[in-house]
Write a protein that binds this ligand. Structure first.
Ligand SMILES: Nc1ncnc2c1ncn2[C@@H]1O[C@H](COP(=O)(O)OP(=O)(O)OP(=O)(O)O)[C@@H](O)[C@H]1O
Length: 127
């Protein structure tokens, strides 16, 4: 199945976050190497990466082909989350639309998921 495409020039959401060059994302994840995968959801795989010359840890969500979510949800996520800032909400910091890729970049949240904490999942990163 081919990836859903979106023309960056047509993609003009009312956003407060910036476009992120695909080259920086591929560099941060060594071209989406599986060793950088930290999770997967309806949107696609989530990768851990380092940007800004190693200064910033980020979580990179890459829309997978045939995702149960899609271009519409991608745009909605950017429009909503780029305008929301709260210490209890993960921050969307960048997005990327390029070469058929649709990618969301968030602050990296250490210490596991809410599910890990609620159900005491065996996660070595938890205290
Ligand atoms: N900002 C983040 N920091 C650290 N890990 C993250 C971050 N975002 C996602 N993850 C990891 O990736 C996994 C999948 O996240 P994602 O948000 O794609 O899916 P979900 O919320 O579990 O499910 P769905 O998107 O289907 O509702 C999470 O369970 C978590 O382990």
């Amino acid at each position: 199945m081919t990836k859903p495409t979106m023309n960056p020039e047509q993609f003009m959401p009312t956003i407060l976050c910036c476009h992120f060059p695909l080259e920086e994302i591929t560099a941060a994840t060594k071209n989406f190497n599986d060793t950088f995968i930290i999770g997967a959801g309806g949107f696609g795989n989530v990768y851990k990466g380092c940007t800004d010359g190693g200064a910033t840890l980020v979580a990179i969500k890459r829309l997978k082909p045939g995702s149960s979510q899609g271009a519409h949800e991608f745009k909605t996520e950017i429009e909503m989350l780029s305008q929301l800032r709260h210490r209890h909400l993960v921050s969307l910091i960048r997005y990327c639309v390029d070469k058929g890729e649709m990618i969301l970049v968030y602050d990296y949240m250490a210490h596991g998921t809410l599910r890990d904490h609620l159900y005491h999942t065996n996660n070595p990163s938890l205290p």
